[in-house]
Design a protein around this ligand. Sequence first.
Ligand code: UT7
Length: 329
Amino acid sequence: MNSATPRHTRIVGTGSCLPPRRLSNADLVVQLASRGIETSDEWIVERTGIRARHFVDDGVNASDLAARAARYALESAGCRADDIDLIIVATSTPDMVFPATASIVQNKLGVCGCPAFDVQAVCSGFVYALTVADAMIRAGSARRALVIGAEVFSRILDFNDRGTCVLFGDGAGAVVLAASDTPGILATDLHADGRHVGILCVPGTVSGGQVLGDPVLKMDGQAVFKLAVGVLESTARTVLDKAGRSAEQLDWLIPHQANIRILQATARKLKLPMEKVIVTVDQHGNTSAASIPLALDVAVRDGRIRAGDSVMLEGVGGGFTWGAVLLDF
Ligand code: UT7
C-alpha cells in the first residue's frame, strides 16, 4: 500500500457476539402466555421463519455486545485496537442519549483519540455506516475502521404486542475495513424516504427529565413488508449497475434478516437460488443494524464466504431507509 490516498477499501476481519440467553419460540410462547398474550411456534415460523432469538440480561448494553464483536473482528484482521483510526457504531438502541455508543466502545477497547460516532438508520444502519467508513477511508481521513452494528431491541419491545415482540433479537456484528490497492467495496447505494416515518418507529423521547411518548417499537408490518420487497430489489440492481456486474455473478446475498419471506421474495426477484442467500433470521430473529454483520460473520466463520467471493449486503428499515453495498470479499 503506498502513502497516496487509497482508491479502495476492503473488509479484512469480521466478528460477532450474541448474548448467551437464547429463547426458542416455545420459550417465548410460555413467557407471553403468562401475560395473557397468545401466539404459537407455528405462526411465528410460518409468517417469519424465526425459530429463536437471543436477549441480553439486565445490565448488558449495546456497547458490551459491540466491544465483544469488535475484539473478534480485530483478532480475525490480525490487528490491535490501537491500529484503528475510525470507529462507527450503527445502533438504534444506544447505551445513553449521549455520548455515542461508539465512544463507549472505544473506551471499552482501551484506546482513545480516533473519531468515534454513531449512525442511526435503524435496520439499514450497518449499510449506512459501512458506506460512510468506505468514503472516509477513500478520502484519506482514516486507514483502518471498525464498523459495528449493535442492538438490544429487547429493551424497546412491547411484550403486550404479539405482532412485534416475537420478531426481534439482540446481538452485534463488526468488520474491520482497511485501505487497499485492490477492491474491496465496489459500489454503494443509500436512500431514505421520511414520508414513512410512522410505519416503523419508537415514538418516545426524553424531555425535562421525563420520558415522553411511547418508547416501544410500533410497526405497520404489512406496509413495511411491501416497501421492503420493492426497495431491496431496486437498491440491489443499482449497485450491480454501478459496478458493471450482473446478479448471476453474485456468490452471496446478505439481506437484512427481518423475515424469511422478504429474503425469499428478494432472491426470487433477483433470480438467485436460496442457496446463495445467507439466512440467520431463523436463529437470531431481527437484530436490526446488527443483522447483516452478524450474518456475514457466521458465513465467513463457517467457511461459506471465502476470499474473493462477490457479496451483496442489503439493508432496509425504519426511516424509511434502505441501501446496499456490493463488494469482493
Ligand atoms: O426490520 C425492519 C423491517 N421489518 C420488517 O421487514 C417486518 C415486515 N413485516 C412482516 O414481517 C410481517 O408483516 C409480520 C411478520 C410482522 C406480520 O405478518 P403478516 O403475515 O403481515 O401478518 P398480519 O400482521 O397480517 O397478521 C395476520 C394475523 C392477524 O390476525 P387476524 O386479524 O387475521 O385474525 C394478527 O392478529 O396474525 C395475527 N398475529 C399473530 N398471531 C399469532 C399477529 N402476530 C401474531 C403472533 N401470533 N405473534
